[in-house]
Design a protein around this ligand. Sequence first.
Ligand SMILES: Nc1ncnc2c1ncn2[C@@H]1O[C@H](COP(=O)(O)OP(=O)(O)OP(=O)(O)O)[C@@H](O)[C@H]1O
Length: 609
Amino acid sequence: MNTKKGSLAWDNLKYDLQPWIKDGITSLGFPTMTPVQASTIPLLSGNKDVVVEAVTGSGKTLAFAIPVLQKVSEYMYNQDEDGEINGPPKKGHMLSIILSPTRELASQIQSVFKSVIDFLPEDKAPIKTQLLIGSISNVREDLAHFLEKRPQILIATPGRLLDFLSSQYVKTSLVEIAILDEADKLLDISFKNDVVTILKKLPKQRRTGLFSATISSAGDAIFNTGMNNPVKVSVKSKNISNNAAPSSLLISYMFTNPELKISILLKLLSDYQYKKCIVYFPTCTSVKYFYSVFAKLVDDENLNFFSLHGQLASKPRLKTLQNFTEGDATTGKFILMTTDVAARGIDIPDVDLVIQIDPPTDPDVFLHRCGRTGRANKVGQAIVMLDANNKEENYVDFMEVKGVAMKEMDAPKTPQHEAFQSRFRKFQLHDRARHELAVKSYVGFVRYYSKHLAHSIFRMQSMDYLGIAKMYGLMRLPKMPESKYINNDLMPEDGWLGEPIDMDNYKYANEEKENSRIENLEATKLAMINEAKKRKELKVKNEAWSSKTEKRETKGERREKMKRKREAIEKKIMEEDSEEEDNMVDWKDIVKSNKKQKNSTGILAFEGL
Ligand SMILES: Nc1ncnc2c1ncn2[C@@H]1O[C@H](COP(=O)(O)OP(=O)(O)OP(=O)(O)O)[C@@H](O)[C@H]1O
């Protein structure tokens, strides 16, 4: 669907919004609609189901929040044919459900709703939202809040909502509109069952909206959502045809040797001009690990690091995101170290740089990660590091086919690398726990790499295991099946990546842990001594047994020897006989006649010879 230029003023919207909503939006400082809003709001506020694909940062949240508020307002404030007003729905009922794959996004969506609801005139019955996400509160508390406050709009992650809906006090019969934000994620294997079960609990006559920058990836799963003749709304980037990324976003790639990635990252973070940067790491452990490394080894006081990953509880997760979002960028540079938990939907206007030290395993996520910057026509840059030695350059063409164009940039020089590596080693030597976390991160990365959907580009066989191990600050390669891919000529002796260290004396900084390690070490040594003793005893027993066997063998051998001797005699006799052939005496005849004799006399045939 195309929206004509110049038609983006809110007054030109082809649907009559409630006046308070229109006032609210313009008061928010949005004088015009975005194209996706102009296309979607009239359809979804009216009687159409929609499947919306529009580039990251194009305003999809308001494109569904406005129709939801419109429907809720119409239900609560409009008179019906008899002049009656419904008012707020009865206790236990809600009017709308919004699903999000992550807690952070659910919480952000709630803020967008709140920003508009704030403009609701006081003389109207209040419109309320409730957040239903794991681990902030339990289901019983959620239920108590729901029954007491009577929110009309629930914003939830699927698992928690499903638990909540199973209560007999929760009624879904009045639900007018359901939204799936990041719908392709909600319909993938991780959420699909819950989401479909939830949707089946809702009235068939509701409206449904599916939203994402990569909705096409949901494939046939969208037919499981109970939509009626949905309209597809597709808003691509302006200027460049077939561009799946917004035109305000510059996506760059650089080739690096994996060993240098961390040095390059730190160089970029120090030298680049930006306010806020999101750095994507492959796993939760790697975020935890490098966050602890940077806290000790990065001297640049201008850099403020935050760590956000899925292993954190909800409260600190939301708090970290809030601190990063609200951080005053005039006082320094803010860096969020995170995983794909913050890849989708997160809208932090000051983010002007995104760095991916590795591409994500799912190519669709690449666009979502990059799209945390260059939003709402603001300029942003996303950089991804690729390992040219492992032919990862093919990723550039691969993404281009998917409508994501990238430009090459040179990796910055890293003269500080050697010095950093030596400080890194000292950092590791200071605490055995650090190296353990390093090993865990490295192993996690190898597993992560094996999960790339584009596995013909990201090949396990030719990965730079040694370079990556050095990047993770490993002192020794762990034993793992994938090590078989390391070329024998390159394999360091005993896996040591530098000077070997005495592992028995490699201490934990934590006293309790160290004491327990020493205890374990001594116990292990003792067990080894006992084991050696046992082995020795066993050896003695085995020797006794084997000498017996030897004797038995000797008997057998002797029997064998006798047999061989007898055979030799027989052979000799036979040979002698054959020498006497000239005498015309046939040995066989003798045998035959002897046999006959034997048969008649019972005397051994050869005796006559
Ligand atoms: N009409 C508008 N005019 C200007 N800015 C807007 C308008 N509507 C929304 N925005 C702003 O655009 C930014 C991006 O919006 P939003 O988060 O809804 O994007 P999105 O399309 O959902 O992106 P993603 O696909 O990454 O989730 C927000 O900061 C929002 O405040």
